[in-house]
Design a binder for this molecule. Structure first.
Ligand code: 6GU
Length: 243
């Protein structure tokens, strides 16, 4: 997999590309990362990359020329081109899987400042937002997408660790604990130390339902529960409403 970022701030990606799992994926040869400096493509004699919006309005708008020339310099027939913008559908785990299974060459365009010339969208395959808030630029959003895609590339992390996670099965992940058993009087739930696999499975499933009920009821509405899950959820609901 190859991920190319087009940005006015390539230096923002230096730490990101050279840390943790991203760095590992790069050294294992599983993912190739590049940040391309869009400003170096400008044909403006003062090196400008933006100007005031026609019709008036706040802020500066990125010219199409530097971004599209940068895109042309890296795009191949295989490339899937994505514009990072808050005016777009929200990125999800499902979208992450879809991108990793369908494309091996992904290009992410980052607009900075207040916006970009709408005609840039004629050169992209899709638009992605990472959530309902406004960032100063698409760079941190592109890092979010790059991170989420990387960990789904085969060989980057153990496959098991992606199966039970939040969103993979439509529920939030259950709480987890490690040593010590007693930390400042807060004790790990006894069942987890019992070695009783079936009881542990039920306990974790119930706590997963509890987190989802507390924080993301919308996920429960979208998901068909098994009979076992419905029983556990009913217990959770009465316990939560007693508090
Ligand atoms: Cl992709 N860009 C910006 N500037 N803000 C955002 C975003 C993207 N996604 C959510 N907020």
């Amino acid at each position: 997999m190859k991920i190319t970022i087009l940005t006015l701030f390539p230096e923002m990606f230096e730490g990101f590309f050279n840390s943790s799992i991203i760095k590992k994926a790069k050294y294992k040869g599983l993912v190739e990362y590049r940040a391309i400096d869009v400003r170096s493509f400008t044909e403006n004699k003062h090196n400008r990359v933006d100007d005031y919006p026609f019709g008036g309005g706040q802020g500066m708008i990125m010219f199409p020329q530097p971004m599209i020339d940068a895109l042309r310099s890296v795009k191949t027939e295989k490339s899937h081109v994505i514009m990072m913008t808050p005016a777009a559908p929200t990125f999800t785990q499902k979208k992450a899987h879809e991108l990793v299974s369908n494309y091996e060459d992904i290009i992410l365009l980052c607009a900075h400042y207040e916006g970009y010339d709408e005609r840039i969208l004629d050169y992209v395959d899709e638009v992605i937002s990472i959530g309902d808030y406004i960032l100063t630029g698409g760079e941190t959003a592109a890092m979010v997408v790059t991170d989420a895609l990387t960990r789904l590339v085969k060989g980057v992390i153990t496959e098991d660790s992606t199966v039970y996670e939040s969103f993979e099965n439509g529920l939030l992940e259950h709480p987890q604990y490690t040593r010590p058993v007693d930390y400042e009087g807060k004790v790990v739930p006894e069942i987890l130390l019992s070695g009783h696999h079936e009881k542990i499975r039920l306990f974790n499933l119930k706590e997963s339902l509890r987190k989802t009920y507390r924080y993301r009821k919308d996920l429960l509405e979208k998901r068909n529960l098994t009979e076992e899950e419905q029983v556990l959820l009913n217990e959770v609901i009465s316990e939560e409403n007693e508090k």
